[in-house]
Design a protein around this ligand. Structure first.
Ligand code: TXE
Length: 515
């Protein structure tokens, strides 16, 4: 496949950042095996020791390619490239850095169909979702942080009758590590690298080994977008190997991580004593709180979406549905009747709403949670099993029925552990205070949804819920300027907007005598 780079231009602010040269893209999608490579400095290359991992399509169980199984030596090489690039990139004018980000955003937009196919094939998500959410958001992340860095400012403190003035100088940190998960592959990968690069850092990024393809496609456009070699390096491989090498590297000064809570805790144990800056976006066990005065139809439709979008594999998905007594039966019956009609389909077909879960081991983990819930005495209202393969192509794919339980107490494992799949529980509450008690009876604290027509009540409940994000009468509405992150076991730090740019810069107070 040949790609004409001359069609993509920078924003015109800096002609030096126009695209470098024509590139032949080495990928094909669908039908052929892919061979992925690391981007280190200016080179696309395999792991130094020549080891590979299989790349598997979740909808078919088929091996579709291979990716480098990188190790410490590859991280060391990426670090050298990044460290060499840092003195130039960190002082590159902001508008020049922003133009590189906009060029990369434009390349994503230009290739959005290929990227959406790749994301759907790699992850099992419906192609309609990849086209409408994942790929447009990846483009927006880069475009947003290009603008954000142009508007970013820092504080000054000027006392009355001043003899001194203080101002905060925000400097790029240096070489930073960005580690992203498999559920929203390019979406979360770009959400991390964009603010890091905009702020003037050099990056070693690692996508999930389960869904590496779109990050690899991106790596072929990095130089073309105008980034100097070494500014963005992308290494592939296993978390405990290449991911661990990034976290342990003594000169990588900050780690931005999204993934499981157990992995986050492990990273914190490693990076904490090294005094690295850390942003950890971890799991969720998010409540949807439905009061009797809610807009019933809107709450029902949105709760189905918030529970089962991306097969329930979004950290912001609702998994504990708390329903006020007066509408419990009505809501339960309406929800279950709709969920029973949700049949997983071939992710590559445009009308599929629910696809495959990401891997065989994740499928087995989800089924293990379902079995444990039944042993704990929860009542299965629908689902609970593997779903039938939607067609011959998908005969060996990983499909799980959307599953609804009731009669599981708040302390049951199914209400405490993150399933990260298409599985929800329904619980009944009688009062606002009981709703809050149930909502907060989890170690997690990422997000919640609150459904009521009474905005005073919505505000009280939002204030009482231990979560980083609260949506009132909506879900997954994301303004990229807002702080994003969780409390308790859902993580430390905030991403998004100024929070991300503050994370990726080191503030230095400069005090100047005026006398
Ligand atoms: O995630 P991991 P996994 C949750 C969800 C899921 C569970 C495990 O409950 O079932 O986590 O999923 C890299 N040092 N979420 O095992 O392992 C890894 O290579 C450095 C919630 O797939 O946390 C990948 O790039 N890096 C979630 C990334 O960490 C390491 C999204 C995430 O993988 C590493 C995904 C190490 N020692 C799963 N070990 C969310 N919050 O959105 C692994 N990695």
């Amino acid at each position: 496949m040949h790609f004409d780079s001359s069609r993509v231009k920078s924003d015109g602010k800096d002609k030096k950042v126009s695209l470098k040269k024509k590139q032949t893209l080495h990928f094909v999608y669908l039908g052929s095996m892919l061979e992925l490579l690391n981007l280190i400095g200016a080179e696309l290359k395999p792991a130094q020791d020549g080891h590979w991992l299989d790349q598997i399509e979740p909808a078919t169980g088929r091996v579709t390619g291979r990716l480098p199984r990188s190790k410490k030596a590859d991280v060391d090489e990426a670090y050298s490239a990044a460290n060499e690039a840092f003195p130039i990139w960190s002082v590159t004018p902001i508008e020049h850095r922003a133009a590189c980000l906009r060029n990369l955003a434009a390349l994503i937009k230009q290739h959005s169909d290929v990227l959406a196919h790749a994301e759907s094939q790699d992850n099992g998500k419906p192609i309609s979702l990849a086209k409408s959410v994942d790929i447009p958001r990846a483009e927006q992340n880069l475009a947003y942080f290009a603008s954000a860095i142009e508007q970013f400012s820092s504080e000054a403190h000027i006392p009355a009758g001043p003899s001194h003035i203080n101002y905060t100088h925000r400097k790029p940190i240096g070489v930073v590590g960005c580690i992203s998960p498999w559920n929203l592959p390019l979406y979360l990968f770009t959400w991390k690298i964009a603010p890091a690069l905009a702020a003037g850092n050099c990056v070693i990024a690692k996508p999930s080994e389960i869904t590496p393809v779109t990050a690899w496609m991106l790596s072929q456009w990095v130089l073309e977008a105008g980034f100097p070699p070494g500014v963005l390096n992308i290494v592939h491989g296993l978390g405990p190997e290449v991911g661990q090498a990034i976290v342990e590297h003594p000169a990588i000064k900050a780690i931005s991580f999204t993934g499981g809570t157990a992995t986050g805790a492990h990273i914190a144990r490693t990076a904490g004593p090294m005094f690295k800056k850390m942003s950890l976006e971890l799991g969720g066990k998010n409540p949807a709180i439905l009061f009797a005065d809610c807009d019933f139809e809107k709450a029902l439709q949105t709760t189905i979406r918030s529970s089962f979008a991306n097969q329930g594999q979004i950290c912001l998905c609702s998994s504990r549905i708390l329903i006020e007594d007066a509408i419990y039966e009505q809501f339960r019956d309406a929800l279950v009747s709709k969920v029973k009609r949700m049949i997983p389909g071939d992710p590559m077909l445009s009308d599929t709403k629910m696809g495959a879960v990401v891997s065989a081991s994740h499928r087995d983990k989800i089924l293990g949670h379902i079995q444990a819930a039944q042993l704990e005495g929860a009542t299965l209202l629908c689902g609970g099993h593997l779903a039938e393969a939607p067609n011959d192509r998908c005969e060996k794919g990983y499909f799980v029925q959307p599953t609804v339980f009731e009669n599981a107490g708040p302390d049951c494992a199914i209400n405490q552990e993150e399933v990260f799949g298409p599985v929800i529980t329904l619980q009944r509450f009688h009062s606002e205070s009981e709703a809050l008690q149930l909502a907060n009876s989890s170690n997690y604290g990422l997000a919640c949804t609150i459904w009521t027509q009474d905005l005073g009540k919505a505000h009280r409940v939002a204030a009482g819920v231990e979560s980083g994000i609260a949506w009132v009468n909506c879900w997954l509405v994301r303004d990229l300027r807002t702080p994003f992150g969780g409390v308790k076991a859902s993580g430390v730090g905030r991403e998004g907007g100024w929070s991300a740019l503050q994370f990726f810069t080191e503030p230095q107070n400069v005090c100047v005598s005026l006398t």
